[in-house]
Design a protein around this ligand. Structure first.
Ligand code: SDX
Length: 434
């Protein structure tokens, strides 16, 4: 990766009467950065930024987000255009390689993915160790990490062909693993990938077909699945992507680093919000109970938060949520579920929240998770599978960001510091003196 930041003046820092000029760097879009790499060495002070609310952890050329304007670009292309005109495999190629593929490049990419969708038969035995009612994210964390044992060559990040193959394997095998997790929970036989299907259709066939009868792919529903994957593909330096980068920065196996990303995504503040949001909508149940929940969300003493609302970066409508809302209507119309109460509750909750002073003042808007659960529920996925589907789609983002980190000449093992406020140094006290 070629570093492309441009010097843009300096920022003055004064510490204990001494002043320092820190370089300011500009990128293509977004805020400039103050390069603080020398601050500790020159001032003997750390900077302090719990939660990294003001910290750029790296230079990246993959995804750009403008939270105030509600803009999301993948390699420069707006998410709404990609969702409308592209396909998930094409977006995978774009995110991995930086350019939209030609027709031949796309066909070659899809063909190579299809050559790696099968799992080693030993991997199927990993499932037997789990309880049937295991949370799907627990199984996904374990199996993705365990898959590292089948591809030891991928540990060598200097071997570019091994690294390329490892990326393809993760993107190709995630649908097979995720479908198997669903089948394992259901107690049904695993369904293997079929190369005559496209990526999204293949996944749905592995999830919903049963040995007793053929599964008929509904093209409109498969398109909705594909669009769901596009909308979740990558999202800058979110918590799980930062976890993957940090894990891989030590030289860990890329599959183990992605497993760490899966683990991080599980939380209800991050990828677990889609499952939590649908639970919340069911708990609300009817529109007349919405004000009660809005008040709970505003109550500082109540830990309840409106799931699917708010975002660390977006202080405007999440552009993905707009597309997700339209897709929810399409799917419910196709399945003749347009009168489903859950959609009415979601629409009314969104309307009320967006007019409420608290949400306006704190710039809380629906995020990618607000409508996604309604779509997945209508497609037939159990709620516990929602975050697994998020992880399936986000694998390409994790892989691309991991590869970019490995190729960045400025990157080294991530090792933040702290401000220590524990006990001052003290001597050991013998037990009979305590
Ligand atoms: C994803 O980072 C990414 O890009 C993530 C993601 C991706 O694609 O990778 O976009 C995917 O994780 C989307 C977010 C899914 N999470 C949820 O929907 C859970 C509900 N949302 C919140 O928990 C919260 O909004 C966060 C965690 C998403 C963001 O929280 P921040 O940035 O840490 O903001 P904050 O917690 O400091 O909130 C600011 C204020 C607080 O009030 P004050 O302390 O200033 O008085 O807004 C309030 C919060 O209490 N607030 C909410 C709220 N979200 C924030 N109040 C009620 N309901 C909410 N949902």
């Amino acid at each position: 990766m070629e570093n492309k930041t441009k010097p843009n003046g300096t920022a003055k820092l004064e510490v204990k009467g001494k002043s320092y000029d820190l370089p300011v760097l500009s990128g293509t879009h977004g805020p400039d950065v103050i390069d603080i790499r020398r601050v500790y060495g020159e001032t003997d002070h750390f900077t302090f930024d719990p939660g990294f609310t003001s910290t750029a952890s790296c230079e990246s050329q993959i995804t750009f987000i403008d939270g105030d304007k509600g803009i999301l670009l993948h390699r420069g292309y707006p998410i709404d255009q990609l969702a409308e005109k592209s396909t998930f495999p094409e977006v995978c190629h774009l995110i991995l390689h930086g350019e939209l593929p030609s027709a031949v490049e796309l066909q070659d990419f899809c063909d190579e993915i299809k050559q790696h969708t099968l799992l080693h038969t030993q991997l199927d035995r990993f499932f037997d160790g789990f309880r049937r009612d295991s949370h799907p994210m627990a199984m996904l964390t374990g199996i993705v990490g365990g898959m590292a044992s089948f591809y030891p060559g991928a540990m060598d990040s200097e071997d570019l062909e091994e690294r390329r193959l490892g990326s393809i394997r993760l993107i190709a095998k995630m649908p097979t693993i995720c479908a198997r997790i669903l089948k394992y929970n259901l107690g049904q036989r695993f369904v293997d990938p079929r190369n005559q299907y496209d990526y999204a259709s293949n996944f749905m066939n592995m999830c919903f077909s049963v040995v007793a009868e053929d599964y008929e792919i509904n093209p409109k529903l498969a398109k909705a699945m594909d669009r769901f994957f596009i909308l979740h593909a990558d999202h800058e330096q979110n918590a799980s992507t930062s976890t993957v980068r940090l894990a891989a920065s030590s030289g860990a196996h890329p599959f183990a680093a992605v497993a760490a990303g899966v683990a991080c995504l599980w939380g209800p503040s991050h990828g677990g919000a889609n499952e939590a949001c649908l639970n919340m909508l069911h708990e609300i149940g009817t529109a007349n109970r919405i004000p009660e929940f809005i008040e709970k969300a505003k109550d500082k003493d109540d830990p309840f938060r409106l799931m699917g609302f708010g975002h660390r970066v977006y202080k405007n409508y999440d552009p993905r949520a707009k597309v997700m809302r339209a897709t929810a209507h399409e799917v419910l119309d196709e399945l003749d579920l347009r009168d489903t109460p859950i959609l009415k509750v979601a629409m009314e909750l969104e309307r009320i929240a967006l007019e409420d002073e608290y949400f306006i003042e704190k710039k809380l808007y629906p995020n990618v998770d607000f409508y996604s659960g309604i779509i997945l529920d209508a497609l037939g996925f159990p709620k516990q599978m929602f975050t697994v589907l998020f992880a399936l789609a986000r694998t390409v983002g994790w892989v691309a960001q991991l590869n970019e980190m490995l190729d960045d000449p400025t990157q080294k093992i991530g090792r933040p510091r702290q401000i220590y406020t524990g006990h001052a140094m003290r001597d050991y006290v013998a037990i009979d003196k305590r």
